[in-house]
Design a binder for this molecule. Structure first.
Ligand code: M1P
Length: 268
């Protein structure tokens, strides 16, 4: 449901270059605050530029991770995979999602009977605007418990497998792997790529750590790669983002000759 807005998102303001950043794993370690040194740099860097954030997390989590200087310094914040949009503290729209009963039953069955991971810490299904976030280990897991699950998942590929199963069973639904312990679930098309309907620029620059197929930055990266001028940076962590911003964009818009057209950068 779109809320009444003071300016019209259906007629986006054209501009030259837009920078879009995922948050967890791109500006911060997963579910952690931005580091003070990078925070100082990034707050200065965004000044005078058209910058948007596009996160899978909801706004309350983002407020724990990023200071007001950044949340209010950017042009806008797309939370819950673009299903909510904020400018400073004002919400401009949020989408609704009523998950099918069978999906909720399937997720509960997975937690109770199917998953081979033994530990459960509570808060397994989180309802957010326009989406569900699902975690076998549970969002109440401590940092240490998160890491244990993450390492296990990297080997077992539980999240990837479950996401494909969900999409197979519910053809109108998309499921993608976000941070360390969970998957994001939403109606088809209501993924991060939906933010592009609001943005009209000559050049798109995107930093995200989950651009591979099945990741929650994938749809946005693919949609940006259809633009005539773009850069997608598939970073491995905030340090890659920082290093790239320092080397390519410090103080002025990119002078690197490789950045004139279309570039997809994979970080090792
Ligand atoms: O923004 C990335 C992800 O961050 C969190 O993931 P996790 O708790 O699994 O580390 C979640 O908020 C998730 O929805 C989000 O996609």
């Amino acid at each position: 449901e779109r809320l009444k807005m003071s300016w019209n998102l259906d007629n986006p303001v054209p501009g030259d270059i837009v920078f879009i950043f995922d948050v967890d794993g791109t500006l911060t370690p997963a579910r952690k605050s931005i580091t003070p040194e990078f925070c100082k740099f990034f707050e200065e860097w965004i000044t005078g530029k058209e910058v948007y954030l596009a996160s899978g997390s909801d706004m309350s989590k983002l407020r724990e991770q990023l200071p007001e200087g950044i949340l209010h310094g950017v042009k806008g914040v797309y939370a819950s995979c673009g299903n909510e949009y904020y400018v400073k503290d004002n919400i401009f729209y949020k989408n609704n999602f009523e998950p099918p009963r069978e999906l909720v039953l399937m997720l509960n069955d997975h937690i109770n009977n199917k998953s081979e991971y033994q530990k459960r810490y509570g808060n397994h299904i989180e309802h957010r605007s326009g989406m569900l976030n699902f975690s076998v280990v549970g969002r109440n897991a401590s940092d240490e418990e998160r890491l244990k699950y993450y390492k296990w998942d990297c080997v077992s590929k539980e999240r990837e497998t479950l996401a494909r199963e969900i999409e197979h069973m519910f053809p109108d639904i998309e499921a993608t792997v976000g941070g360390q312990i969970s998957i994001d679930i939403y109606p088809k098309g209501k993924d991060k790529s939906q933010i592009l309907k609001d943005l009209n620029y000559n050049r798109y620059v995107f930093f995200g750590d989950k651009q591979q197929p099945g990741g929650n930055d994938h749809s946005l990266a693919m949609a940006i790669r259809k633009k005539s001028r773009f850069e997608t940076h598939n970073v491995k962590g905030y340090k890659d983002t920082w290093k790239t911003l320092k080397s390519l964009y410090l103080g002025k818009i990119c002078e690197n000759e490789n950045c004139g057209g279309c570039v997809c950068v994979e970080y090792q």
